[in-house]
Write a protein that binds this ligand. Sequence first.
Ligand SMILES: *Cc1c(COP(=O)(O)O)cnc(C)c1O
Length: 440
Amino acid sequence: MTHDTDHTDNTDRNLQLFQRAQKIIPGGVNSPVRAFRAVGGTPRFVARAQGAYFWDANGKKYIDYIGSWGPMILGHGHPTVQEAVRKAALDGFSFGAPTEREIELAEEILRHVPSMDMVRLVSSGTEAGMSAIRLARGATGRNKLIKFEGCYHGHADALLVKAGSGLATFGNPTSAGVPPEVVQHTLVLEYNNIEQLEQAFALHGKDLACLIIEPIAGNMNFVRATVPFMQRCRELCTQHGALFIFDEVMTGFRVALGGAQSIYASSIPGFAPDMTVMGKVIGGGMPLAAFGGKRAIMEHLAPLGPVYQAGTLSGNPVATACGLATLRAISQPGFFEALSARTRLLMHGLKNAANQAGIPFCVDSEGGMFGFFLLDTLPQNYAQVMRTDAQRFNTLFHGLLDRGVYVAPALYEAGFVSAAHTDDDIAATIEAATDVFQKL
Ligand SMILES: *Cc1c(COP(=O)(O)O)cnc(C)c1O
């Protein structure tokens, strides 16, 4: 395999920038997956982006299926959003005092997500997830929590954990620098495994503060929680007095206007989580995230209650302008129908192209979020996702990249279509993939 790290010429600006960055930024990046470690090669340094495309430091154009890992649902540089950001920036970058726009954004979020009565704005998904768990612990007076293998809820200490040796034992840290004591309250279970879930509640139910889940897990590519599994999570949480937290940082305002919870609510009567964590789309590309839920829970938060949480830049006026303009644009009638159809068109085309080349391939999508797998059947959990032939994925990734199609540089990440992607972009992507599949 020849990747462009093999280039020895000094005309590759991406490579020059990567070498320069590595001297002063660990790994040359400010978030690890950007470093291309999983697939090899040189990360593309983005010079600018517009609509469905970005241009790298060499001036090469790519069709972008990452969109900043989800936020850019309208595409890059949407004129209405740009104008809102420009106006907000002229009025000031940050005040550390409340603004009217924070109320408007909170109202806009709550309007679409009826399970939340109140919401607090923060600056990152990590912060939102960490704060939601603290609040769940404070509100219930319990310490233990359940998370699922393959779900990511940010890099807070208590969440960087893998399964222990059995259900009676709690997790082990997955990162150096996390003391074992910090994860001793975190129980890691297999996604979509009802039997394990029931056993865990039977053993630990009375000590559980919360269960946190990615309803459609986008941090193990794209794996849906089955409806019976989701229903059982809800029942068990209710029965044992644990709070049910939906991490919709990725799925919120991305798979549907009401998030993944609106999809589960359509097949499980009366379904709602107790708390929801959001990020990505609600900031439209600016650092903004949120957590919210029922009033009785949210009232435990400072300054109303004893659970402390704060942020100098929380509810930032430029970020809220960006998020609000984005949410208003995507709540126009027909927006998600069109986005879903476009995404399905891409998935269908990729699957056909792979199957014609005799490559095992399966796909799933919801709204503007998708996953494809070099597998015969859709995986149900992390272990099944990891059965993917990594070498083959890397060849596919680099083949697409060479042909100007940018998908996630790791087989365990989801992809995203924006409203700016046209039928021509989809067709060009399928054509590139058809070419690459012949060579896999
Ligand atoms: C991206 C993501 C996070 C973390 O958000 P950051 O803004 O990167 O801290 C948390 N949960 C899920 C489901 C995510 O996709």
